[in-house]
Design a protein around this ligand. Structure first.
Ligand code: BG6
Length: 344
């Protein structure tokens, strides 16, 4: 069993894998990406492929765009040595959030056998557009937190954290617009963001659907909140569907309401932690939730050009204060396409 980071770029990931394969067959290597072991990430497969009503909507005809947020309120803690080298893009997007995206966007697998599921995840990762340097400039935003005073408490910036270079160019925030180049998703932006020292810890996927084709309610005062499906990975695990409903009273005024599923109230039992699930799976030889080498390479293939582009630039960091939702440029990245980040 090996846990991430699986290399720090494509070449080192291949080298690591080559070393492992000197001793073990690929089928005997269990690479942990603990996000895949989270109950809520596994539930995406149950939700999509255990039900008949969602899959017909799960494509470019009905989905306007997808937002994947992996926000953390903690800073770099005592991991400066590792984190300074990795940064948010490598630490969270290359692995966890791309795996989440693959789970949301993959094709149905023919069975629930390990390689069947992993083939589909892998295929999806290989369908993500590898961006040119020019596309990277328009579709990615790096950030680094600066000092701030929150509720009277002074928070250090990343460059003031213990063990961090005072001129560090490390990204503690990363936002990327990905495109999946297949028939299901062509043209649908997948906005992925992650960061340290954001206002709260929340990981969620928000799928925004296209609006109704025609507004027929004359008296409606114009609330056009889109239909949203929100998959809450953590905390407050659950799924919500937001839709418009008639407000009681005369006239046809519409208001957004929410249909909610909560793990806590529906099942009332403790979910196993990601590591409990993954360790047990390895013991019984079930690799469904483990990352395969081709998936690791496909992710690096997408991330490495961004990493190269960011490394060759000099950013005016810090560009967001601790406790804020990232740099303004990340908002502008969405505004350019007529979208806005959800405030989870
Ligand atoms: C780890 C990263 O893989 O995932 C950390 O190295 C991050 O930087 C952590 O904090 C997040 O995991 P979770 O399960 O707390 O969302």
């Amino acid at each position: 069993m090996v846990e991430k980071p699986f290399g720090h770029d494509l070449a080192s990931a291949r080298e690591l894998s080559g070393r492992l394969h000197e001793v073990f067959d690929e089928s005997d290597v269990y690479r942990i990406d603990h996000y895949l072991g989270k109950e809520t990430v596994q539930n995406i497969l149950a939700f999509r492929f255990g039900n008949g009503i969602f899959e017909p909507l799960w494509n470019r005809r009905y989905v306007n765009h997808v937002q994947i947020t992996g926000a953390e309120s903690i800073g770099v803690e005592d991991r400066a040595a590792y984190y300074q080298e990795a940064g948010a893009l490598d630490d969270m997007i290359q692995n966890h959030l791309l795996q989440v995206m693959a789970t949301i966007a993959m094709e149905p697998s023919a069975s629930f056998r390990a390689n069947s599921v992993r083939d589909e995840r892998s295929k999806l990762l290989r369908s993500i557009r590898v961006m040119t340097p020019q596309e990277i400039r328009g579709n990615t935003v790096p950030g680094q937190y600066g000092p701030a005073s929150i509720g009277g408490k002074q928070m250090p910036g990343f460059r003031q954290e213990k063990g961090v270079d005072p001129e560090s160019q490390t990204n503690t925030y990363a936002a990327v617009t990905f495109f999946v180049e297949n028939w299901r998703w062509a043209g649908v932006p997948f906005y992925v963001r992650t960061g340290k020292r954001l206002p709260k810890r929340v990981t969620e996927i928000a799928i925004q659907f296209n609006p109704a084709p025609l507004a027929i309610f004359d008296e409606d005062d114009g609330d056009r909140s889109p239909n949203l499906l929100i998959v809450r990975i953590q905390p407050d695990e659950g799924i919500s569907l937001k839709f418009l409903s008639k407000r009681p009273g005369s006239g046809m005024n519409l208001r957004p309401v929410s249909m909610d599923f909560n793990y806590g109230s529906s099942f009332g039992e403790r979910s196993p932690s990601a590591y409990e699930t993954l360790l047990l799976d390895a013991i019984i030889g079930d690799a469904t939730l483990y990352t395969r080498q081709d998936m690791v390479e496909a992710s690096w293939n997408v991330v490495e050009p961004i990493q190269n582009e960011w490394r060759s630039a000099k950013f005016d960091f810090p560009n967001y204060p601790a406790g804020a939702w990232g740099p303004a440029a990340a908002d502008e990245m969405l505004t350019r396409r007529g979208h806005t980040w959800r405030r989870p």
